[in-house]
Design a protein around this ligand. Structure first.
Ligand code: SAM
Length: 479
């Protein structure tokens, strides 16, 4: 029986409720009166203390996703963009993945790390190798990492992950600094989540892969990840362990996208109902070609159009949740996705273990093919060319603004007085320390222009002072 407050996976992601939602959506996909009213309800409104957005239920959002009428779909894109601009402005947060180890004991059918894949080299970074990788990433200009590892209690125990986090935070190469380490490792226990929280991680990210229990069990035929309930209830354990910011995601292409979409939103509603705060981020990966993996083996692949529509509908349904897209997608798709709601992207990524210290992009330990192979500097320049401010900001969690405290900042419309100057200051650090001449010139002009968009005069003046101090060699200012 469907119950968003339940702690049991099969009750908060109730298969019956998803199927009824899909029938309801199908029955109403041409009900334009309803669709227009849902879109109107979802639009941001400006109140005395900032922007407000109501969000949508999984049923309402599923009706939008089912609608195929072109002018309504256009309207969805407009509303998604409106919401994005109201809450996230033109800032795009930059991160990069760091693969620690590809040892894995699971049998995930879509992932080349599956234990039976004998033709990829298995590799686990030593702490010295991690230091070298982190220096290479700092030399590119990165400040935020997402660490990735396969599931293997013997090769990658929690102690290894904790030690690696400590190593990463401890590297200060030239002006470099990793200020936020997000963690994407397999579902684990409350005690282990507590250890990760104590290690000062940012977001704990775990993709559900699929919310369809039957499909999930087939795609994960053995290994600890086979347990659907243990995996699906992981975010509750993470929050119980003291991790305030959690990141959800579905691996699109494995199962039917409408089912996944409803499940994803029900998961978000569940977190809000139980913990009083929804997911910090939602990622939208699509299954990619990889060693031993042919994406065509999964017959639920989605077109770029449907993919864009999914992103727009997520943006509209959960306006306070950041949205992430990785270099799995090419430049063209990423550009479109930025318009409809994405607020974080990776840049200069390599998905191989130890890939950043190599001159050439290595393929022998890679997780999946990277479509966007541009350098970080090229990505930064490209973002600015399309009017986006690349942001390396990590202020919130370091200032204790996690979970509902971040949401409060967002809801009070203070992002423009806080995230905006922080974005400009971290961009300035990038320009001074790492950018090419061309990127630097473009960035300096952008900062001059964007300073005018800080509403509070005293914040603007302080920001200008900090920008000057960055030129003089000081680092790490934040509001
Ligand atoms: N091992 C951890 C787990 O099982 O959750 C997390 C790390 S895994 C390296 C990160 C994610 O990569 C997985 O959750 C999955 O969604 C994604 N992934 C795996 N194979 C992929 C493929 N062929 N194409 C795209 N993404 C893939």
């Amino acid at each position: 029986m469907y119950n968003p407050k339940s702690l049991k996976a099969e009750e908060f992601i109730d298969d019956g409720e998803i199927r009824e939602t899909l029938s309801y959506a199908e029955a109403n996909k041409d009900n334009y009166e309803l669709i227009d009213s849902i879109l109107e309800k979802a639009r941001p409104t400006k109140t005395a203390d900032g922007w407000h957005c109501s969000g949508l239920t999984h049923r309402e959002a599923s009706v939008l996703l089912a609608c195929e009428e072109p002018s309504r779909i256009e309207r969805m894109y407009e509303v998604a963009e409106e919401i994005k601009l109201a809450f996230y402005g033109n800032r795009i947060v930059i991160f990069v993945p760091l693969y620690l180890s590809n040892y894995c004991i699971n049998g995930c059918l879509y992932c080349p790390y599956h234990v039976e894949n004998s033709h990829i080299a298995r590799k686990k970074l030593t702490q010295d190798e991690i230091r070298a990788e982190v220096m290479a990433l700092q030399d590119m200009g990165h400040k935020r990492l997402a660490i990735e590892a396969g599931e293997d209690p013997e090769n990658n125990p929690i102690e290894y992950i904790l030690e690696s986090i400590k190593t990463i935070y401890g590297v200060h190469h030239k002006n470099g600094d990793i200020r936020r380490v997000n963690v994407n490792i397999a579902a684990t226990t409350v005690e282990n989540y507590k250890k990760l929280a104590d290690a000062g991680i940012g977001t704990y990210i775990l993709f559900q892969e699929t919310y369809n229990k039957k499909g999930y069990e087939e795609l994960h035929p053995y290994g600890p990840k086979h347990d659907y309930a243990y995996h699906t209830e992981a975010m509750d354990r993470a929050m119980k362990g003291g991790i305030d910011d959690v990141g959800l995601g579905v691996l699109f292409g494995l199962e039917g996208y409408k089912y996944e979409f409803a499940g994803l939103l029900m998961h978000a509603e569940h977190l809000e109902a139980v913990h009083g705060v929804g997911p910090h981020t939602i990622s939208v990966p699509r299954v990619k070609h990889a060693d031993d993996i042919d994406p065509d083996a999964f017959d639920n692949s989605i077109s770029d159009e449907i993919f864009t529509k999914i992103a727009a509908c997520i943006r509209i349904a959960v306006p306070y949740t950041g949205m992430i897209i990785s270099t799995r997608e090419n430049e063209k798709v990423r550009a479109r996705m930025l318009q409809v709601g994405i607020s974080q992207i990776s840049g200069g990524s390599r998905t191989s273990v130890g890939g950043y210290t190599e001159e050439e992009r290595p393929h022998d330990t890679e997780q999946f093919d990277v479509s966007d192979q541009r350098t970080l500097d090229e990505v930064i320049k490209w973002l600015m060319e399309s009017g986006h401010i690349p942001s390396f900001c990590t202020a919130c969690y370091r200032a204790g603004r996690t979970g509902d405290r971040f949401m409060a900042l967002c809801k009070a419309g203070q992002i423009q007085n806080c995230c905006h100057p922080n974005a400009l200051m971290t961009l300035k650090e990038y320009l001074v320390d790492y950018a090419s001449e061309e990127t630097k010139k473009m960035g300096e002009e952008m900062i001059e222009r964007e300073l005018l968009n800080i509403p509070k005069e005293n914040v603007r003046e302080t920001c200008k002072k900090y920008l000057d101090k960055i030129v003089d060699g000081e680092r790490d200012f934040r509001f």
